[in-house]
Design a protein around this ligand. Structure first.
Ligand code: GTP
Ligand code: MG
Length: 195
């Protein structure tokens, strides 16, 4: 897709604040600092549309990015960030759950995992929810620039096994900093969102 127009349309913390216009949505989920906001920027070719940070916990609300008036990319706060208060964690969990459970326009989950590591316990919990929901899944294995080409194939195997991915799922190595994986990911996005 040729992308000229993309903007942050809304930041929501509850259902009443979600956009009312109906467009297919892809949600970016994963642990804090895994590279969700960076990947979103890379996908739409914008350096700093979604705010990123080297310290975890940057994205706070649910951010709806309107892409070419055709679809929304939804950037969610990451999970598993230790340094926030219990109250804040509960608030985030509730916010994310509410979105995932109620949003009819949600068509595809992009689950991000760091290509160098085994998925975490929270990734498994998230995956279980995704399976339960029946939503389509694409796994983006992030920060693939940090390892060699042969290690990339090995790690894709390791992660696919750990997450018990099926033939219906796709796993794609991506690097937002060295800029690879975008076309492959867009292909899946286009197909699953029918845009
Ligand atoms: P939260 O909003 O806290 O949940 O984090 P996030 O998942 O949105 O992560 P973010 O995009 O802010 O990136 C976190 C850090 O990882 C930043 O320092 C990025 O520069 C770095 N990073 C993201 N993607 C890549 C990548 O592909 N390669 C490398 N080497 N670093 C990356
Ligand atoms: Mg973020």
């Amino acid at each position: 897709m040729n992308i000229n127009n993309v903007e942050l349309e809304r930041t929501a913390v509850n259902q009443s604040q979600y956009p009312t216009e109906k467009k297919p949505e892809a949600a970016f989920v994963g642990r804090s600092n895994v590279g969700k906001s960076s990947l979103l920027n890379y996908l739409v070719n914008r350096k700093s549309l979604a705010r990123t940070s080297s310290s975890p916990g940057k994205t706070r609300g649910i951010n709806f990015y309107n892409v070419e008036d055709k679809l929304y990319f939804v950037d969610l706060p990451g999970y598993g960030y230790a340094k926030v208060s219990r109250n804040e964690k509960d608030f985030w969990a509730k916010m994310i759950n509410e979105y995932l459970h109620t949003r009819e326009e949600l068509k595809l989950i992009v689950l991000l995992v760091d290509i160098r590591h085994q998925p975490t316990e929270l990734d498994h919990i998230m995956l279980e929810w995704i399976r339960h929901s029946g939503l389509d899944l694409v796994v983006a294995a992030t920060k693939a620039d940090k390892i060699t080409k042969s290690a990339i194939s090995e790690q894709l195997e390791v992660i696919s096994k750990a997450l018990v991915l099926t033939e219906m799922d796709t796993i794609i190595p991506v690097s937002s900093s060295k800029k690879f994986g975008r076309d492959e990911l867009w292909e899946v996005l286009r197909e699953k969102l029918r845009v």
